[in-house]
Design a binder for this molecule. Structure first.
Ligand SMILES: [Fe+2]
Length: 132
């Protein structure tokens, strides 16, 4: 499949605060401002472009993270004071989930977006394809 997500715009009441919050949690860097955006680029090259806005509805962004990085990310979520919970309906406050044999947690960013980190994709890892 040749089509890849390149970037999305994430509205925020304070783009710098939201970009730096997410970058700190995930162990990434917020980039220099480009036009109206503060970019945060993930390991697969997708950029979240934070932009000042108001009157928006919360979005949901999920990040697949290595299992060995989950503990550090979860510690930084807790240190941040952000609300975090195990399930997408907001239940399981203060807990993580173990969906599909991995670990995951949702947390609310400064703009009210529902962010998620998970160590195993929904439905589990796809079986390795066999070529030949
Ligand atoms: Fe999700």
């Amino acid at each position: 499949m040749s089509i890849q997500l390149d970037h999305i715009i994430v509205p925020a009441p304070d783009k710098r605060a939201s970009a730096e919050f997410l970058a700190r949690i995930l162990g990434l860097e917020a980039g220099a401002q480009t036009g109206p955006f503060i970019p945060v680029t993930t390991g697969n090259g997708v950029t979240l472009d934070f932009m000042d806005a108001d009157g928006f509805r919360p979005h949901h962004c999920a990040f697949l993270v290595p299992d060995e990085e989950f503990d550090g990310i979860f510690a930084r979520i807790k240190e941040s004071g952000a609300r975090y919970y195990a399930h997408p309906d907001g239940s399981g406050a203060g807990e993580i989930n173990t969906r599909d044999g991995g670990r995951g947690v949702y947390f609310t960013d400064p703009g009210g977006h529902a962010m998620e980190v998970l160590t195993v994709p929904y439905g589990g890892w796809a079986p390795a394809s066999v070529s030949g």
